[in-house]
Design a protein around this ligand. Structure first.
Ligand code: FES
Length: 123
Protein backbone atom coordinates (compact mmCIF):
# COMPACT_ATOMS: atom_id res chain seq x y z
CA UNK A 1 0.00 0.00 0.00
CA UNK A 2 1.15 3.50 -0.82
CA UNK A 3 0.32 6.53 1.33
CA UNK A 4 -0.56 9.50 -0.86
CA UNK A 5 -0.56 12.95 0.72
CA UNK A 6 -2.05 15.93 -1.10
CA UNK A 7 0.18 18.99 -0.80
CA UNK A 8 -1.47 22.00 0.79
CA UNK A 9 -4.08 19.87 2.54
CA UNK A 10 -4.18 17.42 5.41
CA UNK A 11 -5.64 14.74 3.15
CA UNK A 12 -3.88 11.38 2.94
CA UNK A 13 -5.14 8.44 0.91
CA UNK A 14 -4.07 4.83 0.65
CA UNK A 15 -3.49 3.33 -2.77
CA UNK A 16 -3.41 -0.41 -3.27
CA UNK A 17 -0.69 -2.00 -5.41
CA UNK A 18 -1.31 -1.20 -9.06
CA UNK A 19 -4.00 1.43 -8.46
CA UNK A 20 -3.61 4.60 -10.48
CA UNK A 21 -3.45 7.89 -8.63
CA UNK A 22 -6.47 9.01 -10.67
CA UNK A 23 -8.49 6.08 -9.36
CA UNK A 24 -7.33 6.62 -5.78
CA UNK A 25 -8.26 10.32 -5.89
CA UNK A 26 -11.61 9.69 -7.56
CA UNK A 27 -12.57 6.96 -5.10
CA UNK A 28 -11.65 9.27 -2.22
CA UNK A 29 -13.76 12.08 -3.71
CA UNK A 30 -10.81 14.41 -4.25
CA UNK A 31 -11.42 16.62 -7.31
CA UNK A 32 -9.13 16.03 -10.29
CA UNK A 33 -9.66 17.02 -13.91
CA UNK A 34 -10.25 14.33 -16.53
CA UNK A 35 -12.21 14.03 -19.72
CA UNK A 36 -10.88 10.77 -21.14
CA UNK A 37 -11.62 8.64 -18.11
CA UNK A 38 -8.05 7.57 -17.55
CA UNK A 39 -6.79 6.39 -20.94
CA UNK A 40 -4.01 9.00 -21.31
CA UNK A 41 -5.57 10.96 -24.15
CA UNK A 42 -6.83 14.21 -22.57
CA UNK A 43 -3.78 15.22 -20.52
CA UNK A 44 -6.01 16.94 -17.94
CA UNK A 45 -5.03 14.77 -14.96
CA UNK A 46 -1.61 16.38 -14.72
CA UNK A 47 -0.13 16.35 -11.20
CA UNK A 48 3.27 17.07 -9.70
CA UNK A 49 5.02 14.48 -7.57
CA UNK A 50 6.86 16.43 -4.90
CA UNK A 51 8.16 13.46 -2.97
CA UNK A 52 8.25 9.67 -3.27
CA UNK A 53 8.35 9.18 -7.04
CA UNK A 54 10.08 5.83 -6.42
CA UNK A 55 6.80 4.60 -4.89
CA UNK A 56 5.10 4.94 -8.30
CA UNK A 57 5.38 3.15 -11.62
CA UNK A 58 7.95 4.61 -14.02
CA UNK A 59 6.86 7.42 -16.32
CA UNK A 60 5.52 6.00 -19.60
CA UNK A 61 5.75 7.23 -23.22
CA UNK A 62 2.14 8.50 -23.21
CA UNK A 63 3.07 10.81 -20.35
CA UNK A 64 6.13 12.12 -22.16
CA UNK A 65 3.90 12.83 -25.18
CA UNK A 66 1.54 14.97 -23.08
CA UNK A 67 3.95 16.52 -20.62
CA UNK A 68 7.18 16.81 -22.58
CA UNK A 69 10.62 15.43 -21.83
CA UNK A 70 11.01 17.84 -18.89
CA UNK A 71 8.33 15.87 -17.01
CA UNK A 72 10.89 13.53 -15.45
CA UNK A 73 12.97 16.42 -14.19
CA UNK A 74 10.17 18.47 -12.64
CA UNK A 75 8.05 15.56 -11.41
CA UNK A 76 5.06 15.96 -13.71
CA UNK A 77 2.88 12.88 -14.15
CA UNK A 78 -0.49 11.96 -15.53
CA UNK A 79 -2.44 10.66 -12.54
CA UNK A 80 -4.08 8.04 -14.73
CA UNK A 81 -0.70 6.58 -15.69
CA UNK A 82 1.06 6.81 -12.31
CA UNK A 83 0.37 3.57 -10.46
CA UNK A 84 1.11 2.77 -6.85
CA UNK A 85 4.00 0.32 -6.71
CA UNK A 86 5.72 0.87 -3.38
CA UNK A 87 5.09 0.69 0.34
CA UNK A 88 6.10 4.24 1.18
CA UNK A 89 4.85 7.81 1.14
CA UNK A 90 4.14 10.00 -1.85
CA UNK A 91 3.34 13.72 -1.78
CA UNK A 92 1.59 15.13 -4.82
CA UNK A 93 0.27 18.50 -5.89
CA UNK A 94 -3.10 18.35 -7.62
CA UNK A 95 -4.21 21.47 -9.53
CA UNK A 96 -7.57 22.91 -8.58
CA UNK A 97 -10.37 21.82 -10.85
CA UNK A 98 -12.12 24.73 -12.51
CA UNK A 99 -15.82 24.92 -11.74
CA UNK A 100 -17.07 25.30 -15.32
CA UNK A 101 -20.71 25.65 -14.27
CA UNK A 102 -19.85 28.51 -11.89
CA UNK A 103 -17.77 30.25 -14.57
CA UNK A 104 -20.62 29.99 -17.10
CA UNK A 105 -23.13 31.28 -14.55
CA UNK A 106 -20.89 34.26 -13.74
CA UNK A 107 -20.48 35.04 -17.45
CA UNK A 108 -24.24 34.82 -18.01
CA UNK A 109 -24.80 37.19 -15.10
CA UNK A 110 -22.27 39.70 -16.49
CA UNK A 111 -23.99 39.58 -19.90
CA UNK A 112 -27.39 40.01 -18.27
CA UNK A 113 -26.13 43.05 -16.38
CA UNK A 114 -24.60 44.53 -19.55
CA UNK A 115 -27.84 44.05 -21.47
CA UNK A 116 -29.86 45.49 -18.64
CA UNK A 117 -27.49 48.46 -18.45
CA UNK A 118 -27.68 49.02 -22.23
CA UNK A 119 -31.48 48.94 -22.22
CA UNK A 120 -31.52 51.48 -19.43
CA UNK A 121 -29.29 53.81 -21.47
CA UNK A 122 -31.72 53.87 -24.44
CA UNK A 123 -34.63 55.28 -22.53
S1 FES B 1 -7.38 11.20 -17.37
FE1 FES B 1 -7.06 11.84 -19.42
S2 FES B 1 -4.93 11.78 -19.62
FE2 FES B 1 -5.24 11.10 -17.60
Amino acid sequence: MTRIAIAGTDRVFIGGAGASLLLVLQEAGHPIATSCGGVATCGLCKITVQQGKEQLSPICPAEINHLGSIAKIVGLRLACQAHCSGEGDVRIEVPEVEDVAARKAAKAERLRQLRHGNQGGRR
